[in-house]
Structure formats: structure tokens, C-alpha cells
Design a protein around this ligand. Sequence first.
Ligand code: UDP
Ligand code: ZN
Ligand code: FE
Length: 320
Amino acid sequence: MSEIRRDPTTGDWIVVAPRRLERPWQPESFCPFDPGAPETGHGWDVLILPNRYPVVSADTLPPRPDGFYETARAYGRALVVVETPSHDLDDLSDLPVEQIEKVLRMVRDEAARAASDPGVLYLLYFRNKGREIGVSLTHPHSQIYELPVVPERIARELERAEEYWRSRGRCLHCDVVARESPSGRSLLRGTRWTAFVPYYARWPHEVHVYPLRHVQLLTQLDDEELAELARVLKAVLCALKRAVGRPMPYMMVLHQAPLRGDHRYYHLHFEIYGMYRPDGRLKYAASAETGAGIYTLDTTPEDTAERLRKALASCRRDTS
Ligand code: UDP
Ligand code: ZN
Ligand code: FE
């Protein structure tokens, strides 16, 4: 049984899902995402599978009301996006750009499907990379959570963007892009997307990727935008991999609007957190970060951008 509980002191949602304890932890001999495994079969190049140990699911019962605390039914879907049949590829950036594009199209299709489910309010798409940050399976994959609540960090961004829109009549994120993309923190600018290390980076190698068009949802992106996004993600992730001399563990999260309601003031983007410091040591979210939400950075976003631009150039040399 899963349920969602709310921390009344912060507004955070916590998905209580004890059955997740049973999921396999870095198994040596068998990979459930390989072709021919019981749930995958053969003849595919990208596959979206139901997560066998889901945080939310359609068959969850409503929680017993507490009377004091706010709870929500852990309704929804948890999915795994198997990005390639090749178990031994290291990262999304190692796939051909057409394959990455196919992954993105399938996620967009799933987002369109999710939008028609009245029980789902938010689609969270994310990717964890690297054993050091706790991936349980190394076969290249990303994940989708279709949730009945809006995650609190997203809710905070929505609030600030709405306030800016109301007081200044403009999109906060468009203004950030206008400020960042010609700056020393810029990594690349295409015709439809831009990538930069934000002025306000919290993690040692943090990169934000924005569509230049003001859109709120993955489903609003057209085929040309997805095709360029595939190229940009491949380049940025390749740069992360090369930035400090050994493959960088990272987290990548799509920030988009909730699936329902009017959120025209919001602007979708990807946030990528590369977790190594320049010396190749892992940055931990310890007391200050986790307990108080104040981040310390042992480097500057400007130096990070410089390092990543060099890595981007090296990636470009090898692919041309
Ligand atoms: N998983 C699955 N089928 C299996 C074994 C594992 O769907 O046969 C799921 C597992 O529940 C986990 C995901 O695959 O959520 C692997 O995700 P990852 O390692 O990125 O991070 P985790 O979700 O474990 O924190
Ligand atoms: Zn905008
Ligand atoms: Fe964001």
C-alpha cells in the first residue's frame, strides 16, 4: 500500500511506498531491461515499461483520512523509459541523435496520454545517471512519474513565475534566457534551444536547457523542437561526461507546467545537475543544503561554463 502525505510545515509531498524496498539493487547477472527479458521481448529500440515497483499506481486505494494531516491517494503511473537495447552503453549522450529523438517523442506521446487521465495532475520526467547517486540499474533508462499532486519545488517556481507575470507582464524565464544566453555562462544557442550554467546554479556542474519559444508543456513542442532538443541534450551530456576527466554522475529533470489549469506564465525547461566538483569529487547535499535549503558552491558558475565549453568543443571535434 502506498499513500501520499503532506508535511504541513513545508508543504512538501512524501510518497510512502514501502513495496519499493523489494526492487533489485544493482544486480550483477540479470538485467530486466535487456531484450528478451520477461517484460521486454524483442524487436524494439525504445521501450516504455510500467515500473515493477511503482511509487504510484492506478490500483492504489484512497488513504484513510487522518483528520489532521493532509493526505492524497497514491494514484498515477510510474514508468521506465528503456532508451536502448544495448545494456553496456554508458549514457544517453552515447546514443545516436536519432535514437535520442525517438526517446523524446515517446515521452511526449506518453505525456499526451497522461493529460487525458483526470486523476493525473503532473508528469515528472527525469533521468538519474551514475551508481554514486544511487541508480539501481545501469542499463540506460529514464523515468516518468504521473502524479496526482504538483511537486513542491515546481509549485514554488510556478508561484514566482506567476507573480512576475502579474507584476511585470512578462515571463520570468524568458527574461532569464535573455540575460543568460549572451552571457559568459552560455554554453550554446541553437535556433530553437539554448543551454547555460545559470547565474544561480546550486550544483557544481549545473546546466539549464530552455526552448526559445515560450511554451509550458512537453506536448506543445513540435517535431523540429524535439529534433534540436535531442542534439542539444547529446552535446550537453557529452560535455558533462568529459568536464572533469571521468564520467559525471548527474540528475536531469524536466520542469513543465501541471497538466491542467492555465499556466501561461510558465516556461518549461530541463535542469541538469552534474554532481562532481572540478576535482572529480562528489558533491553531497549535506546539512546546509538538505536541512536548510541553502546551497554552497565550491566553484563559480562562470568557471564551470568555461570548463563545459571546452568539453563541448572536444565533443564536437570527435563527432565531426
Ligand atoms: N525496475 C523495474 N523492473 C525491474 C527492476 C527494476 O521497473 O524488473 C525499476 C525500479 O523500480 C527502479 C527503476 O527500475 O525504479 C530503476 O531506476 P533507477 O535506478 O534510475 O532509480 P530508482 O528508481 O531505483 O531510485
Ligand atoms: Zn517564457
Ligand atoms: Fe526550474
